[in-house]
Design a protein around this ligand. Structure first.
Ligand code: ATP
Length: 236
């Protein structure tokens, strides 16, 4: 289980995230909704070790203290981040990108099984293992990014706006794959602009406003909440 307590991030005098508490259980899909600038990326980047939080926070994956670790050790501990913009290597092939995901000793032990898993999740990648990623469509590149994270054998997967820039059909395909990743027992924490689609597949959600958690609940409850519908689901 990922457990976060009192997480704050500041950029100079700007408080992007203020004392955020949240948790993600094994095999649970949790979505974070929030307007532009609410602090969603700052939250994921802090959890992934890419952004130093303010002192006083606690971030634990089971018994492991993630805040004491540099980013590569966090991956080794079982938490992988797919950043906004994907972070794939465009000049390398699909196969090379996937292999890079399995760089930790723990992931190398299960490299073959994870590779099979990625091809089951994204059969299209199997047909294109030798293709340079820079020549692929946005949706295919997102598959590579998620696939690379799966190669690191995560217990918790963080996804920052995975459907950004994808067509509706591609988004649906990707969301189906994310549901299957949850069924593998991985906990998924996802930031999404597509509130409608993400609340349909999520178990729970948190609402983030100007750096604070202002609401949380079961995804089904949030979907039915008139305030949430007005603010995030485009209803009037
Ligand atoms: P979006 O949906 O637009 O990506 P977000 O919810 O992910 O937004 P963040 O990217 O976490 O929000 O940004 C939160 C706030 O912190 C914003 O006001 C942003 O301008 C500010 N911010 C983010 N990164 C930096 C940085 N490196 N330096 C200064 N301010 C930053």
């Amino acid at each position: 289980m990922l457990e976060v307590k009192g997480l704050s991030v500041s950029y100079g005098k700007h408080h992007a995230l203020q004392r955020v508490d949240l948790r993600v259980d094994v095999g649970e899909l949790v979505v974070i909704l929030g307007a532009n600038g609410a602090g969603k990326s700052s939250l994921l980047r802090a959890l992934g070790g890419m952004q130093k939080p303010q002192p006083g926070a606690e971030v634990r994956l089971d018994t492991q203290d993630l805040l004491a670790m540099p980013a590569h050790r966090i991956v080794e501990a079982g938490l992988s981040l797919v950043p906004e913009g994907r972070g794939v290597f465009p000049d390398l092939t699909v196969m090379e990108n996937l292999k890079l995901g399995a760089y930790t000793p723990r992931a190398r032990q299960s490299e073959r099984a994870n590779h099979e898993r990625v091809l089951e999740l994204f059969p299209r990648l199997g047909e294109r293992l030798g293709q340079r990623v820079g020549t692929m469509s946005g949706g295919e590149q997102q598959m590579v990014a998620v696939g690379r994270a799966i190669m690191s054998a995560p217990q918790i997967l963080l996804l920052d706006e995975p459907s950004l820039g994808l067509s509706p059909i591609m988004s649906l395909d990707l969301f189906r794959a994310i549901e299957r990743i949850r069924e593998l027992g991985v906990g998924v924490l996802m930031v999404e602009q597509n509130a409608n689609l993400s609340l349909r597949i999520a178990d729970r959600g948190y609402l983030l406003e100007t750096g604070r958690v202002v609401g949380q609940g079961l995804a089904a409850e949030l979907r039915d909440d008139p305030e949430v519908q007005r603010a995030y689901l485009g209803s009037h």
